[in-house]
Design a protein around this ligand. Structure first.
Ligand code: ADP
Length: 435
């Protein structure tokens, strides 16, 4: 580059000297110098014109002939363009490979911007959700997938768990939707056909519900005979008396197990749900405590509800969840222990909690407590007559009520089970007096 500029410098100096000399010789110095400058200007303007028209043609043709600095500029731009074109080609090839591979994917992939407007999707996503190119491009995904559950999932950004919905475009197909936020809160949505899994899961649920239901009749008959036997217990030999007592306890347990299994099936199949209504917390908690005390308990139960409040949900479900927590506190703490049942109103949530001073639970078991039939200590549950389904029921009820269960516990010191309800489901005194 240095030599080009040196050459240009020499050429211009020579030109200047020649015009200067001619100017002196013919006695027209200024005119010669002016003509020299004019020539330089015109030749540069001409090269600029050539360059401009070449660039305007997107530099597709080879660059115009030029020497010196302009020739070098043309060459440099030409080389740059060639390089750019090559990398563009490479990128286009990579992009089409990605497009081809994503089209071959069985899973649907959708890209939407931070507002949820559709930007791109692969063939499977188009098929699953009935998306059409190019009409649906730029449309909000919630306008295309018209499903209330999906609307709630997407607008409330409940992306921690996948969502299963019916395909809006294909009859009998169930889809699992999983969303990840990336870059500037843009959405990457994965859609998977889970029809087979869904049907299997449905079969499992139906089986449990039907089997539990079918067990009810023979159990009622057995219980009937046991009650009759119990009436004539005194005339039975001693060993038989113990047998009758045992059979009565076990049949009661079995009845409770069937009831809990049926309740869980009902909770899992959303279609048989009660209609949500507003319920007075004070009344609900007192009813739970009354029914627990009616069975007979040697514990001291404290109820701490400082302000009136109403909770929106299914009475039956909430009653069942709260009484499970209270019954557990009684079952897993020694006689005479204190149990505190509290309702607290916070800014954006209401908390129902049950604390006991009982056995407590080791931290490693806490995440597993809501699994069906999970017991910290296998003997613990069966001695207390528990079914192992209580906390699974609580979890499902809370799921239906947009609430979450938090458990804190110290082995040997006691536990606190708290249900956190979102502000939308709570009416505090001021609000419901206005109604
Ligand atoms: P169960 O019918 O066995 O009580 P749950 O689902 O209600 O079944 O509870 C699961 C397990 O969690 C229990 O078996 C028990 O080990 C533990 N657990 C529940 N509540 C308490 C509590 N308040 N204190 C100590 N352990 C508890």
């Amino acid at each position: 580059m240095k030599t080009i500029w040196q050459q240009a410098f020499i050429r211009w100096t020579l030109g200047l000297v020649v015009s200067f000399t001619i100017g002196i010789l013919i006695g027209k110095l200024f005119m010669c110098l002016f003509l020299f400058v004019l020539f330089g200007l015109c030749s540069n303007l001409y090269q600029l014109y050539q360059f401009h028209s070449w660039v305007r043609r997107l530099g597709k043709a080879s660059p115009p002939e030029a020497s010196g600095i302009w020739g070098d500029v043309f060459d440099a731009v030409y080389r740059l363009q060639k390089k750019q074109r090559k990398s563009k080609k490479r990128m286009r090839r990579a992009l089409s490979r990605i497009e081809n591979s994503t089209s071959a994917l069985k899973e649907g992939v959708i890209m939407a911007d931070n507002l949820g407007n559709l930007e791109w999707w692969n063939a499977s996503a188009g098929q699953f959700l009935g998306l059409m190119k190019p009409v649906d491009r730029g449309q909000p995904v919630t306008n295309i997938v018209r499903n209330p559950e999906f609307f709630r999932y997407f607008t409330q950004k409940r992306f921690s768990e996948p969502l299963v919905i019916k395909s809006p475009s294909q009859e009998g197909i169930y889809l699992e939707i999983q969303t990840t936020l990336y870059d500037q809160n843009d959405h990457l949505i994965f859609v998977r056909d889970v029809t087979r899994l869904h049907l299997l899961e449905q079969m499992r649920k139906d089986f449990v519900a039907n089997a539990s239901h079918e067990l009810k009749t023979p159990l009622t008959v057995i219980k009937g005979y046991l009650e009759t036997l119990d009436m004539f217990k005194d005339s039975l030999p001693k060993s038989m008396q113990k047998g009758v007592d045992n059979m009565t306890t076990q049949s009661n347990r079995m009845e409770q197990l069937i009831e809990d299994l049926l309740l869980l099936s009902r909770l899992e199949s959303n279609d048989k749900r009660d209609i949500d209504q507003w319920h007075d917390i004070n009344e609900l908690v007192n009813n739970v405590v009354d029914s627990v005390q009616a069975i007979g308990t040697k514990h001291t139960i404290h109820i701490v509800i400082r302000s009136e409040c109403r909770l929106y949900g299914s009475y039956r479900e909430l009653y069942s969840a709260f009484s499970n927590l209270v019954v557990n506190a009684i079952k897993y703490s020694p006689d005479g222990g204190n149990i505190t049942i509290k309702w607290e109103n916070h800014l954006d949530e209401g908390i129902f909690s049950v604390s006991d001073e009982g056995l407590g639970i080791e931290a490693r078991y806490i995440p597993r407590l809501t699994e069906r039939f999970f017991r910290v200590d296998k003997g613990r549950g069966s001695n207390t007559g528990g079914t192992g389904l209580g906390l699974a029921i609580v979890k499902h009820v809370l799921l239906h009520h947009d609430a979450k269960l938090l458990i804190t516990s110290q082995p040997g010191q006691g536990s606190v089970f708290s249900c956190h309800f979102s502000g939308k489901r709570i009416q505090q005194p001021l609000a419901h007096k206005e109604q």
